[in-house]
Ligand binder design. Structure first.
Ligand code: DGL
Length: 295
């Protein structure tokens, strides 16, 4: 439903977009295409809100990197998005949120951030079996954020975690339904299913794009929880609280990548059904991002 609406054309086909009103855009970032699962939901719930999406594909995947490195990358991206006109920053990446959310809030006290965390709370509320599964990156499970979620919500419930290092790279490569993707999903989920889980939390924004395969493997007895709708709702609340404008009739979205723009353009089309220009961005030696002229 959402994808059909997007396909019908909230998007311009021109090659240059500009967001005229400074602070009018919702800045969104991820290591790559995963955050598009959150951007899709924000576009659905807040159709007048211009999106400024940055994929740090030069560093994807983030999941196996040290937290300190992810933090530095997240800071560089935040500075860049603010300079490009973002009024709110959505960290559409569980890994970057785990590594950097609290720290970014301290570095940029005036900037509203929306972060992500694995949806342990709803899963522990919905479960009947008392066994909940969470799939995410290694860095997401290492962060304090996850430990505090367990401490707060997993008292009477057992939370089984599974690191899935191959899944984000598969999604980045556009492998959503290949035999390799099916085998990887099966390999990660089979041990979780053996524990008797009836809830599966998608703790990485890349995983919703594998949902058909995940559903095939877990079957109808397991509820799959994707936090994107809740994150989009929270973004709407933050925009309203800050009085940030949500006025554009046809919002001028911008998509940027530190990787290959052509590859991202194809992903945008394949994952969201969108045709849009993609702007190249490069990291410099001082860990700053700079816009390159469009290819
Ligand atoms: N999509 C990201 C997340 O939500 C990061 C995946 C990765 O780059 O490893 O965790």
């Amino acid at each position: 439903m959402a994808e059909n609406r997007l396909k019908k054309g909230n998007f311009h086909q021109s090659t240059q977009y500009s967001i005229r009103d400074p602070r009018s855009a919702t800045g969104i970032f991820d290591s790559g295409v995963g955050g598009l699962s959150v951007a899709r939901e924000i576009m659905r719930q807040l159709p007048a809100q211009p999106i400024l999406y940055l994929a740090d594909q030069a560093h994807a995947p983030y999941g196996q990197r040290p937290l300190s490195e992810i933090r530095a990358l997240s800071e560089g991206i935040t500075r860049f998005l603010l300079a490009q006109g973002a009024g709110v920053i959505v960290i559409a990446c569980n890994t970057a949120s785990a590594a950097a959310l609290h720290w970014l809030r301290r570095q940029f006290p005036d900037v509203p951030f929306v972060g992500m965390e694995p949806a342990v709370k709803p899963a522990t509320t919905h479960t009947h079996s008392g066994q909940v599964g969470v799939i995410a990156t290694a860095a997401t499970f290492q962060g304090e954020l996850f430990a505090s979620l367990l401490a707060r919500f997993a008292n009477d419930v057992i939370v089984h975690t599974q690191v899935c290092p191959d899944l984000a790279p598969l999604v980045e490569a556009g492998e959503l339904s290949t035999d390799r993707a099916r085998a990887a999903v099966r390999g990660y989920l089979t041990p979780l299913l053996a524990t008797g889980i009836d809830q599966l939390v998608l703790g990485c924004t890349h995983y919703p794009f594998l949902r058909p395969l995940i559903e095939e493997v877990v079957g109808p007895g397991v509820e799959i929880i994707d936090p994107a709708p809740a994150v989009a709702q929270q973004t709407g609340r933050v925009l309203a609280q800050r009085g940030l404008p949500v006025t554009a009739q046809r919002p001028a979205h911008r998509f940027l990548t530190t990787g290959a723009p052509d590859r991202f353009r194809i992903a945008l089309h394949d994952l969201l059904g969108l045709t849009a220009a993609v702007e190249p961005v490069r990291w410099d030696a001082a860990s700053r991002l700079a816009l390159l002229s469009s290819s």
